[in-house]
Design a protein around this ligand. Structure first.
Ligand code: ADP
Length: 444
């Protein structure tokens, strides 16, 4: 041991103290040795000074060795303590260790070697005990910290649950409000549209040019409003899971042509060419024709709305594994990749300002997304700002309805992509389609 050790010898017999001092000096221990002759002085010395080790005579007069050890321990004075016992005191030594002594040594065995050995081991044991106590203390503290953090987490979890509950309640109320309002507004709107149409018929009397113009505006605005109301109603139904697909077998190319026909006047008004290419050997699909038309009308109205010049193409092709793809491309303003995901969220538009150039509710793509999901299909978007956009929808030729058991179709699609029943068989053939116009891509 290189450090200078502070050692205290407690013994009421001068000769016995010497019997400790000399061997320690002889052993060459670097030390500052202090001696006291009774327990009280020992207690005061230990209260004021930190010692590295104490040699204590067990047979101290007042207080005796055991009492002094107990006093030291109860006043939290920690020091390595070696008790020096007399002949036959070994039994007592065990008691002393239990009370808090670090070690004991019979006076008859005192020698430079034994003293150095017992001194080193007492200091080592004491330091190990201190380290263990410190580690224990740290463990206790981190355990308490963990408990506190757990309690905090539980509180936060309860708060989140409460907020979640309030949010879903608000969401439900919002959906209910949207559904009720759009439903209620549709009735007067239908009356406005109906009566404007009647007014425009010549048999109800001839309107002046100006009057006819005004009624036509009422009619067109009424139709536009009804379309917006229908969008809101569809969206609230989709959100509440109350929109059902009505499956039937139909010619998808006919539905596509119907939708394109309805949108042609809008494209013409902007001098946009609207081209359709149908490449289907088997045009029959099992799906909801009303919703397929709605999807196409939404995509086309966006394509027309966001294109100032150029063309809009609609393509329908067969894909492997009994799938059909519908593609709508335009040469419009395009969409930045950072907006690809956002625009499929309800009420999201690239331009969210109220002074925006292009009108709309921001529900069209959200509705398309939900419908395509319900049909078991996928949407892909490729677009480049200033160049144009391509929305590609891939659908299974035969969709699965949620209430399929109740109204299962009489016709089924077999593994070769053929609708079959006892009476009727329509064949389909397949062609891989990899529509790519080199734009950034996004798949929902
Ligand atoms: P709305 O058209 O009513 O705003 P949509 O959900 O149909 O709502 O579309 C959301 C947004 O996606 C549009 O506001 C527009 O910013 C963008 N978008 C959709 N289709 C196109 C397109 N063909 N070209 C450019 N931007 C488009």
């Amino acid at each position: 041991m290189e450090e200078t050790l502070k050692i205290l010898v407690v013994d009421d017999d001068e000769v016995d103290r010497m019997a400790v001092r000399y061997p320690l000096t002889e052993a060459g221990i670097k030390m500052e040795l202090s001696e006291v002759g009774n327990g009280n002085d020992a207690f005061s010395a230990l209260s004021t000074t930190a010692y590295d080790c104490v040699f204590l005579n067990y047979r101290l007069l007042y207080p005796d060795g055991l009492t002094l050890i107990q006093q030291l321990r109860s006043s939290e004075i920690k020091v390595p303590l070696v008790v020096l016992t007399g002949q036959g005191d070994e039994q007592i030594a065990v008691q002393l260790i239990k009370a808090g002594a670090t070690d004991y040594l019979s006076k008859s065995k005192i020698s430079p070697e034994t003293l150095v050995q017992v001194l080193r081991s007492a200091i080592r044991v004491y330091r190990a005990e201190m380290q263990a106590a410190l580690a224990n203390q740290q463990l206790r503290e981190s355990h308490e910290q963990l408990i506190r953090k757990n309690q905090e987490l539980e509180r936060q979890q309860q708060q989140i649950q409460m907020q979640n509950f309030k949010l879903s309640e608000a969401l439900l109320l919002k959906s209910h409000f949207l559904a009720t309002m759009s439903h209620e507004l549709r009735t007067p709107m239908n009356a406005i549209i109906g009566f404007s149409q009647i007014l425009l018929r010549p048999k109800f009397g001839q309107l002046t040019h100006q009057q006819a113009d005004m009624v036509e505006r009422i009619l067109n605005n009424g139709k536009h409003l009804l379309m917006l109301l229908n969008e809101v109603l569809d969206f609230s139904k989709l959100e509440a899971g109350r929109l059902d697909l009505k499956g039937e077998i139909f010619d998808v190319s006919k539905v596509i042509n119907l939708a394109v026909g309805e949108m042609r006047s809008l494209a013409d008004a902007k001098n946009l060419s609207l081209l359709v290419q149908t490449d289907l050997q088997n045009p029959l699909v099992f799906n909801d024709p009303v919703r397929i038309k709605q999807i196409l009308i939404n995509l086309l109205s966006n394509a027309i709305k966001f294109t100032e010049s150029g063309e809009i193409w609609v393509e329908v092709k067969e894909l492997p594994a009994n799938r059909v793809t519908i593609i709508v491309r335009d040469t419009g303003i395009g969409i930045a990749p950072r907006d690809f995901k956002r625009i499929f969220e309800a009420f999201r538009q690239v331009d969210q300002t109220i002074t925006r150039k292009y009108p709309g509710t921001g529900l069209g793509l959200a509705i398309i997304d939900s419908l395509v999901r319900m049909m078991g299909g996928k949407i892909f978007l490729e677009s480049k700002l200033g160049i144009g956009s391509m929305f590609k929808i891939e659908l299974p030729r035969q969709i699965t309805l949620s209430t399929e058991a109740a109204d299962a179709p009489a016709l089924q699609l077999d593994s070769d992509g053929v609708f079959c029943s006892a009476k009727n068989q329509h064949h389909s053939s397949f062609q891989a389609s990899k529509a790519s116009i080199g734009y950034p891509k996004f798949q929902l």
